[in-house]
Ligand binder design. Structure first.
Ligand SMILES: N[C@@H](CCC[C@H](N)C(=O)O)C(=O)O
Length: 271
């Protein structure tokens, strides 16, 4: 079956976006992995499939990692899908439903897209962790990093705060930490350096994908974890290898993520 796709990205976190709203797409984990191959396929950090809108939303967004696993959240892809729906409908506010909940998005006058990523979930069962622990500081250490804070933004995140990001190797530490027994569903692993009370630098090893140029849900989780630790306030710029996101943890508990979107190209693919 030959279908059109879009290649989009948010700060270089790249996505193949497929439209399954008219008819269900026959995707299997093996086919998803094949499309994600950067030499033999198209390549992506996440595959996003648009599905018919549940009541009260404009679309259902299904998210898959290149290893074929399903993800409950993807901040950068949510902005991309929001911009597609805004172009389709002419509206500047849309709501995207994922397996983790409904995410309202808004186009800002400066061209950026803001998504309400909902409240973080901070309990150990929410992340989830393998056993009861204080999610503010887990008794987990590997080489030069230790004591991560964990939370769920609809997907599991652990954030290691380090003095100097340049002194650690996320590509070496990430895969081992992603699969650590503390995380029964694996986890996205963030390595963060506090530059100022309103500025963080972040590199994320994404579950099922590896190192990416940006991770929207990871930026939200990192700001939440930094604020819980008293390392920052509740609003910060998070600088990722691909660029900056603005993150605010509102007093009502919701996390707002603001950043750009782009379409790289369109094509057709056999699925
Ligand atoms: N790119 C992401 C998050 C991707 C999902 C993740 N790999 C998972 O399995 O949870 C983002 O922008 O949030």
């Amino acid at each position: 079956m030959l279908i059109p796709f879009r290649k989009m990205h948010g700060l270089g976190n790249d996505f193949v976006v497929l439209d399954g709203r008219e008819q269900p797409l026959p995707l299997t984990p093996a086919r998803i992995t094949a499309i994600g191959d950067r030499r033999r396929g198209v390549g992506f950090d996440q595959l996003v499939v648009l599905e018919p809108a549940p009541e009260g939303s404009d679309v259902f967004m299904r998210i898959a990692n290149p290893d074929g696993s399903e993800a409950g959240a993807c901040g950068n892809a949510t902005r991309c899908v929001a911009s597609l729906l805004m172009a389709e409908t002419g509206r500047d506010r849309v709501t995207i439903r994922t397996i983790s909940g409904a995410l309202p998005a808004e186009a800002l006058p400066d061209g950026l897209i803001q998504v309400d990523m909902g409240p973080p979930r901070l309990g150990w069962r929410d992340v989830p962790l393998a056993r009861e622990a204080d999610t503010l500081r887990l008794p987990l250490a590997l080489g030069p990093v230790s004591g991560p804070a964990a939370c769920s933004m609809g997907n599991p995140h652990a954030t290691f705060f380090v003095k100097d990001l340049a002194a650690i190797d996320p590509a070496e530490l990430g895969p081992m930490l992603e699969h650590d027994p503390w995380f029964p569903e694996r986890a996205n692993i963030g390595f963060a350096q506090v530059l100022a009370p309103d500025h963080l630098r972040l590199v994320v090893w994404e579950r099922g994908a590896g190192l990416t140029l940006a991770c929207g849900s990871g930026a939200c989780a990192t700001l939440v974890n930094a604020a819980r630790r008293g390392l920052t306030g509740r609003e910060a710029t998070v600088s990722l290898p691909g660029g900056d996101l603005r993150i605010a943890w509102r007093e009502d508990g919701h996390v707002l993520m603001t950043g750009p979107v782009a379409t790289a190209y369109r094509g057709e693919i056999e699925i």
